[in-house]
Design a protein around this ligand. Sequence first.
Ligand code: URA
Length: 238
Amino acid sequence: MVMRLDKLLAHYGIGTRKEVKNYIRKGFVTVNGSIIKKDDFKVDYETDKIIFDGELITYKPYVYIMLNKPAGYVSATKDNVHPTVVDLIYGYEQYDLFPVGRLDLDTEGLLLLTNDGDFAHKLLAPSRHHSKLYYACVEGIMEENDILKFKEGITIDHYRCQSSNLSIIKTEDNTSEVLIEIFEGKFHQVKKMVESVGKKVTYLKRLQMKNLKLDTSLQIGKFRELSEDELVDLMNDL
Ligand code: URA
């Protein structure tokens, strides 16, 4: 993929476009071994060897980040009241990251952030029915009958949800721990589905999206880029 040298370096995070132009004019940049002093010089970031001040520039146009979202953060890029999930990500300021879909303010767990709109669109498109797996603590006893109702398709807000999978981990003292797998992403869907069978979600965490599992070693509020393998698996059949 071909782009202007100054644009690439600015996007990489070397400096502002103006600063980068200055560095280029001063001879800080080589492309394939030659000093390049023209800021509009065209480079192919997939094949050219670009070096800035001794540092090899390994530019990537898109990034894919896994965040273990804490409660209290809005799944948006801006908010007037609460901090956003984007505020938790540092070192990627030059990428215009946005969350892939939403988790509620009080929901924790797996949230992806990217600057790849096409990827986000495909992962979220309702027609593609990608699975999302949640762990929930519930007030009330979830029963065998609820499993059947989830399978048949719960109706929320006059909308009949697709068949979903409920599995009960344990029940105790009028509380339940469950896993819920859904294949669409309606607003507050899990909470509303549980409410429709007469119980209440008191804690919600997303564990998995499609075949991507939340990294259990990722502490709450922490993030990392997806590995090559994770990305390939996720992109496969998207
Ligand atoms: N369902 C919900 O109710 N809330 C979430 O954050 C995600 C799914």
